[in-house]
Design a protein around this ligand. Structure first.
Ligand SMILES: Nc1ncnc2c1ncn2[C@@H]1O[C@H](COP(=O)(O)OP(=O)(O)OP(=O)(O)O)[C@@H](O)[C@H]1O
Length: 189
């Protein structure tokens, strides 16, 4: 049965890191989908930017983050599922896997769209948290217009809560990853 894990957390909480660790353990039965991918590719096309640099975790991405948030919010205001839909269509057209790890869920409306589209029973929400000092050590600095806007804060008050919350402050060894997969009820053997 298709299972979709919606992974959220504040900047530098380790969304990409944890998604990749889970994906590696699950192997070919899983794939990572990023809602930010169609945002970045459409933005790169619009402004003729370097898409690979925009997709990577570095200063180039940070340089354009605020502008991308503003523009993608305008698109979302017209159609809240737009980027989720494009990301999923693109992913499923290339490879069908029983497990999908969506590594950058940021909005209540993202969760709503996945539940409406695939059925609530197929959707699992995983929230990552890290202490501010951990995030700082990973390169985060509070930035007005990025850390205090809905793309970062909308899930702070999710009414029905997350299915699972993982404090990601320490190294995650194989046992911790397997324990998380057991909790999520995803088969890795
Ligand atoms: N448990 C961990 N152990 C060691 N390093 C970690 C851990 N979690 C995250 N990191 C490192 O912290 C940095 C930030 O993590 P990551 O890019 O996954 O965060 P993110 O939540 O996806 O951030 P953003 O929202 O900015 O894209 C990366 O260099 C990653 O390798």
């Amino acid at each position: 049965m298709l299972k979709i894990v919606l992974i959220s957390g504040k900047r530098k909480c380790g969304k990409d890191f944890v998604s990749e660790r889970l994906q590696r353990r699950l192997g070919s039965r899983s794939r990572i989908v990023r809602i930010s991918e169609p945002i970045k590719s459409e933005w790169a096309r619009k402004l003729q930017l370097d898409l690979d640099a925009l997709l990577s975790d570095g200063p180039y991405k940070e340089k354009y983050r605020r502008d991308m948030i503003v523009w993608s919010d305008e698109v979302r205001a017209r159609d809240y599922g737009y980027f989720c839909r494009v990301a999923m269509e693109e992913a499923l057209s290339r490879q069908q896997t029983p497990y999908i790890l969506v590594s950058d869920v940021r909005r209540k409306n993202d969760i709503k769209w996945f539940r409406e589209t695939y059925g609530a029973e197929k959707v699992i929400t995983l929230r990552l948290t890290s202490r501010p000092e951990t995030r700082c050590a990973r390169g985060w600095t509070f930035t007005a217009g990025i850390d205090d806007v809905p793309s970062e804060c909308d899930l702070d008050d999710l009414a029905d809560g997350f299915d699972f919350v993982l404090a990601n402050d320490e190294e995650l060894d194989q046992e911790a990853i397997d324990l998380l997969l057991d909790k999520l009820q995803l088969q890795y053997r």
